[in-house]
Structure formats: structure tokens, C-alpha cells
Design a binder for this molecule. Sequence first.
Ligand code: HEC
Length: 153
Amino acid sequence: MEFTLKISLKLKAVALFATVTLPILSQAQFAKSEDAIKYRKAALTVMSTHFGRIGAVVKGAPYNKDAVASDANIVAMLSTLPWQGFGPGHEGGNALPEVWSNADKFKSNADKLQETTAALKVAANSGDLEAIKKAFGATGQACKGCHDDFRKK
Ligand code: HEC
């Protein structure tokens, strides 16, 4: 009796949550540019933190397979996120206007990053340090290539 009551309360909570949050999520856009900028910078910062931890290992810090695999999984997932913060009208921050005026090229740079981080994830989960070093280098090139053209110096 008490058990069914608990379940029914939980279901009500889930239903309420869905009603409140779905309309916001389904917009898939940020109402204010400052929110979009904050979001993309946050995603890039966290991605960069975990990428940097792999970088330390590449440069000679002790290699722990699970730690590197975990960092690479996070980097691969996060590399899919920042781009939704660069939607139409959200110029600003340290992004150059070319992000919007040359949106196709920006997108292909973002796609390239996601390919290289996916490969880094595969390498990290395989535990092959040489393969990790290679994939880390390719990913770093993808970061730099986009920053050269689309980020303020
Ligand atoms: C497709 C283009 C692109 C790629 C690829 C890219 N970045 Fe960036 N990054 C940017 C832009 C544009 C900004 C400036 C964002 C802003 O200020 O609004 C930026 C900003 C940053 C910032 C600063 C965030 C802040 O708080 O101001 C960090 C850190 C960063 N990138 C790290 C990386 C790393 C590490 C990679 C590769 C693993 C990477 N980025 C790949 C375009 C890119």
C-alpha cells in the first residue's frame, strides 16, 4: 500500500518534471547570447581540462589506462556540445565574426574535432599508448586549426 503510494508520487514527480522542462529543451536555442557564450565556454573549458590530463601522460606522466580512457570518453562526449552555443545571433566572447560569416568551414572544423576525439577514445580504450599519442596529436591539431581561424588571439 505504502509502496504503491511511493511509486505513484514518483511518477507524478517525473510527469511534472517533463512538463516543466520539455518546452525549454525543445527550443534547442539560447534566449540570450550571454547564456550561449557561457555555455560554450564552459563546455570548451571542461573538455580542455580532460584533454590536458591526457596531454600530461603523452608528455611523460605515469600512464594509467583507466584514467586516460575515462578522460578520453569525456573529451569525446564534450566535443559534441560547444557548437550549439554558437547559434545564429550569438556573436561575442572570444569568437571571431568568421564563425558566423563562414559557418560551413566552422562546422567542418567542429566535425573534424569530433572525428579525432572519437579516434582518441578508441585508442584510449585499447590501452595502446603509442596509438593514444598519435590520436592526441591529431586532436590537438584540430583544436589549433580552428583556433587559428575562428578564435581571437
Ligand atoms: C570548431 C572550432 C573549435 C575547435 C575544433 C576547438 N575550439 Fe576551442 N574555441 C573555439 C572558439 C571559437 C573559442 C572562443 C569561444 C568564445 O569565447 O565564445 C574557443 C575557446 C576555447 C577555450 C576558452 C574557453 C573560455 O572559457 O573562454 C578553450 C580552453 C578551448 N577553446 C579549448 C579547446 C580545445 C582543448 C580544443 C580541442 C580539444 C578546442 N578548443 C577545439 C573554437 C574551437
